[in-house]
Design a protein around this ligand. Structure first.
Ligand code: FAD
Length: 467
């Protein structure tokens, strides 16, 4: 068998020629498309699934919080007005705070007051779709970005069109400004932007065999009809806070496959604690009373690169669906409170936490944070956040617009998880829904400015914080 085959050259239809082309409708791409359209640009948004929202809708990760301004605040208000925000408190969910089964709230003191809000992913996706529609964005759902046409230039190159595939077959979409919203820098990499692969140089990764592993991706799912008070009664009466006794019983009976409830591996700080193994049920309030989101992570040991290896992606999908099936059966059979529960939803894709990290005109790194560096092209007023791998203390810092501008390409703007950031600044800190939405709004504003002025993104002078 030859190593490769030649594909005959052929023409494909140029289906659209527009101002701004956005690839991916996660929080970054969604907000970018919306903002650019609201400022008068003609915008086409390409999304492989059937709604916007990315990991937070199609992937079921619907954590909601107070608005941080702009489109994010608008979203929170729209979701609430449409009845798509659910909030659990110590009154509706006693014994949740400090419970070791809670993904987010296990660190709270038992009986602490809490508010844990989430948005209904399906409802939220519909709201976001109608906002795009109202703004005049042409959102092509069921359309996958597959390739890029790059025109060589002096110094930098420019993207002239992207190739997509959908029910019409292969089509080209030409544009003036392109926006990266794929969550894994797929567009940027295809255009030749240099990038670091996920798993490079992370702490705790090369300890025992020298292999650098990406922070594992994950598949989220929802189970409804859970009587959590009965689960709590079991935890207390059987002195089984992490369900270890029930898990051991199911293991002994052959009801738990290898890989499910695998032990955590050694790890420092946040990374090892949360993402390297799932020794117990991992859940969070979601959607409604008795309806919880549950988490399955890719086994870290497998070192899967789902963004650029089809075999890895397929393996993750097969394995995680298998784990979910086994976990749902285990819960119903063994765990009090789950007798009448039903598996209601599995995310449309295994989310990638640590994909490609494109290299931009500035690479935002921990030193920027720790040194409290200020930048003349800051996109927001100074932000204050703790950085777990830095010092775990709060730091005040700026993010420069140059992190939105990838090297090598003149007319491409980055957003969300595809910004020019090191993995340790994105992961756990600069990857949440509010910030990714803000980055999209900033990118959409920049794109519309470029269209108005007839310039490329690299020529745009950024002098005033947007937020
Ligand atoms: C399993 C998981 C759990 C997470 N949990 C948390 C959490 O608890 N708290 C937190 O703050 N952050 C969390 N994150 C991180 C957060 O979800 C991401 O940082 C954020 O969603 C990134 O936004 P984005 O817009 O860049 O991309 P994404 O949300 O990844 O959206 C990308 C969109 O692009 C589309 N797309 C990709 N490739 C193509 C293509 N070729 N053609 C067409 N469309 C394409 C996808 O379908 C998707 O809709 C989690 C991430 C994962 C994967």
């Amino acid at each position: 068998m030859p190593d490769d085959i030649a594909v005959p050259a052929r023409n494909i239809p140029l289906a659209y020629d527009t101002d701004v082309v956005v690839v991916g409708a996660g929080p970054g791409g969604f907000a970018a498309a919306l903002q650019a359209a609201r400022m008068g640009a003609r915008v086409i948004l390409v999304e492989r699934f059937d709604m916007p929202g990315g990991v937070h809708t199609s992937g079921l990760q619907g954590a909601a919080g107070p608005g941080v301004g702009g489109i994010h605040t608008e979203l929170m208000e729209r979701f609430a007005a449409d009845g798509y925000i659910y909030t659990a408190t110590e009154t509706s969910l006693p014994n949740w705070a400090g419970n070791p089964l809670s993904h987010y709230d296990k660190y709270l003191k038992p009986d602490a007051t809490f508010r844990r809000s989430s948005f209904n992913p399906e409802g939220a996706g519909s709201v976001m779709a109608s906002m795009l529609q109202d703004a005049g964005v042409l959102a092509l759902y069921g359309t996958s970005f597959v390739d890029t046409i790059v025109e060589p230039g002096v110094g930098n190159d420019s993207i002239s069109a992207i190739i997509v595939e959908n029910a019409s077959g292969r089509q080209a979409i030409a544009g003036k400004i392109f926006i990266e919203g794929s969550g894994t820098a797929h567009l940027a990499a295809s255009a030749g932007v240099p990038f670091l692969r996920g798993g490079g140089g992370q702490p705790e990764t090369a300890d025992w065999d020298g292999i650098h592993r990406p922070i594992p991706g994950g598949l989220l799912w929802i189970m409804s009809g859970i009587d959590f008070s009965k689960t709590v009664a079991h935890q207390k009466s059987a002195n089984d806070p992490m369900l270890s006794k029930l898990i051991a019983e199911a293991h002994a009976a052959g009801d738990i496959p290898p890989g499910l409830y695998r032990p955590r591996m050694n790890g420092n700080n946040i990374y090892g604690e949360h993402y390297i193994g799932h020794p117990t049920l991992d859940m969070s309030p979601m959607q409604a009373d008795g309806s919880f989101i549950l988490w399955q992570n890719v086994p870290y040991e497998w070192a899967l690169h789902m963004d650029d290896r089809a075999e890895d992606e397929a393996r993750a999908k097969r394995a995680l669906r298998g784990f979910i099936d086994a976990e749902a059966k285990f819960l119903k059979k063994y765990v009090p409170g789950f007798e009448k529960a039903v598996l209601t939803n599995i995310g449309r894709f295994v989310g990638i936490r640590d994909g490609r990290h494109p290299v931009g005109e500035h690479v935002f790194c921990l030193e920027d944070v720790l040194a409290g560096r200020r930048f003349a092209d800051a996109v927001t007023k100074p932000m204050t956040k703790p950085f777990f791998w830095g010092s775990n203390r709060k730091h005040e810092f700026d993010v420069p617009f140059r992190c939105f501008l990838p090297k090598k390409i003149n007319n491409l703007i980055l957003t969300g998880a595809s910004l020019s950031f090191t993995y340790d600044t994105i992961f756990m800190v600069m990857r949440n829904f509010p910030w990714c939405t803000q980055t999209g709004e900033i990118a959409g504003y920049a794109a519309a400015q470029c269209i108005r002025k007839g310039i490329t993104a690299k020529e745009l002078e950024w002098t005033t914080p947007y937020f």
